[in-house]
Design a protein. Structure first.
Length: 134
């Protein structure tokens, strides 16, 4: 493969993460969600740069947001955890923007609106909000 010595460690981490993520998807297909999540979490530790792995975990966290809140986790905190894995997770950003508007925190709302505009300028909720203000 002719990988330079200085890039070998990074290559190995990416290779290991890819193997773990494939095993996680196989576990998921075989109805072993706990094993899938465990393997995917290890894959993310091995290669935090991997977009597929990060999005998989962030999307899964977002999909189980209601259960996290029911078990006592603060909604905003849960959404911020998602952003700690994928800072560009549009659904989490949109929801944080919504929460900031509802709580009257205009500085935070403006921040999340600007992030949302940058990531997803054609977002339906964003467009409706902008058109409603203009």
């Amino acid at each position: 493969l002719r990988i330079p010595a200085e890039g070998l460690e990074r290559f190995e981490a990416a290779y290991i993460a890819t193997e773990l993520s494939m095993r996680a998807w196989v576990a998921s297909f075989n109805d072993r969600p706990s094993e899938s999540l465990r393997l995917m979490s290890i894959a993310l530790q091995a290669n935090p740069q991997d977009r597929w792995i990060g999005y998989h975990i962030a999307d899964r966290m977002y999909a189980t947001l209601a259960q996290a809140v029911e078990s006592g986790l603060d909604r905003r905190m849960a959404l911020e955890r998602i952003l700690s894995i994928r800072p560009d997770h549009v659904a989490a950003i949109r929801e944080l923007w919504r929460l900031a508007r509802e709580s009257g925190d205009s500085a935070q709302a403006d921040h999340y609106r600007q992030v949302l505009e940058r990531l997803s300028p054609l977002d339906g909720e964003l467009r409706a909000y902008v058109e409603g203000r203009g």
